[in-house]
Design a binder for this molecule. Structure first.
Ligand code: COA
Ligand code: ZN
Length: 319
């Protein structure tokens, strides 16, 4: 069993999984042309991102924006070492994702009954029973399974979600052979203390699974939660370009932690992400232009720390 709280040492590799094309685009009302989605994902790869949650295979009635999932996956250029994943809610989604040629699927079940019902119209147990068939099928096809647990740090309808509940679901995923579990902070309710508690509960209950942390920055503490994850030895984080994101079926959902802000934090803290900060910030700008409105990302506005301004362009206090 891994030690519960060995911090990740400086110089270690940290994986940043880009989820903007899924978590970000899913709540955009205006349809983003398929060709533009493909261009954005290709630009993410060009900036050094290797893990991208490209889309989801869900009901096109639930999320019309991602009804072109198969076409997007067929259109992107996948560099060596890239992992193309998609979110799936059920067996039908898994079959569609496999046919489209994904490398990995992200199954989704919520730790709270009410959100699971709103999101996927079934009980938590029904979802988990369906995932037995899903994981068996995916493993036969050589597709990795990441077990997603939404509302892992609190539910907008039910409130507190105990870490033991999250750990029980992680254990079910471990028994199914999932490679990793992803703790989804659906409406930004995580705090450093609750992140630590959830990680430790999972390590005690399901020590074999790797942990991914998926934070939303709804209450401004997303990157503080990442620092806690690093201190607890977690090396895999989801983030969304420009800070886009949010589940359409959760009250009060807002954007994920922002990819380029996270890359900046990790780079300045001595971790290796393989992602070029300038390149990924360009992708954020491209996404912002596509959507036609300002995105919440801060590096996008301020630039990197050592950005130099022309003194001539700034007034002095003496006028
Ligand atoms: N992909 C495409 N179509 C699907 C599908 C999938 N994964 N799963 C079901 N469908 C279709 C069925 O074929 C059926 O079509 P029909 O009416 O033409 O016969 C219809 O959807 C209803 O199927 P049913 O199994 O009764 O689904 P449901 O109405 O109970 O909805 C989900 C269940 C899971 C499909 C739906 O709630 C969903 O897609 N949720 C995803 C929500 C999401 O993406 N949230 C954000 C990410 S966390
Ligand atoms: Zn999310």
């Amino acid at each position: 069993m891994k030690h519960a709280s060995t911090p990740l040492s400086e110089g270690s590799a940290v994986t940043v999984c880009e989820v903007g094309p899924r978590d970000g685009f899913q709540s955009e009302k205006t349809f983003i042309p398929t060709a533009r989605k493909i261009e954005i994902v290709d630009a993410m790869f060009a900036a050094g991102v290797r893990n991208v949650q490209v889309t989801s295979f869900v009901s096109p009635r639930a999320v019309p924006q991602l009804s072109d999932a198969t076409e997007v996956i067929a259109g992107i250029r996948r560099p060596a070492g890239s992992v193309v994943s998609a979110l799936i809610p059920n067996l039908k989604g898994a079959e569609r994702a496999a046919a489209a040629g994904v490398d990995a699927v992200h199954t989704v079940v919520s730790a709270s009954a009410t959100h699971n019902l709103k999101n996927v119209n079934r009980s938590v147990d029904q979802s988990l029973i369906e995932f037995e068939v899903v994981t068996a099928l995916m493993h036969r096809e050589g597709i990795a399974v990441e077990g997603g647990i939404a509302t892992a740090f609190g539910c907008p309808f039910e409130g507190v979600v105990p870490p033991e509940r999250v750990a029980q679901i992680a254990r079910r995923y471990q028994e199914l052979g999932a490679k990793r579990v992803s703790l989804g902070d659906t409406t930004g309710m995580a705090t450093p203390a609750s992140v630590r508690a959830a990680i430790r509960a999972i390590r005690a209950e399901a020590p074999e699974v790797e942990i991914c942390l998926h934070f939303h920055n709804t209450r401004g503490v997303g990157l503080a939660c990442v620092m806690t994850g690093l201190a607890e030895g977690v090396s895999y984080y989801d983030a969304s370009i420009g800070g886009l994101g949010g589940c359409p079926f959760a009250a009060g959902a807002t954007g994920n932690i922002c990819t380029e802000d996270l890359v900046y934090l990790l780079q300045e803290s001595g971790f290796e992400t393989g992602i070029d900060l300038e390149g990924i910030t360009d992708v954020a700008r491209m996404t912002q232009d596509t959507l036609g409105r300002d995105l919440p990302g801060q590096i996008l506005k301020a630039g990197p720390r050592l950005r130099k301004f022309d003194p001539q362009m700034t007034a002095t206090a003496r006028g």
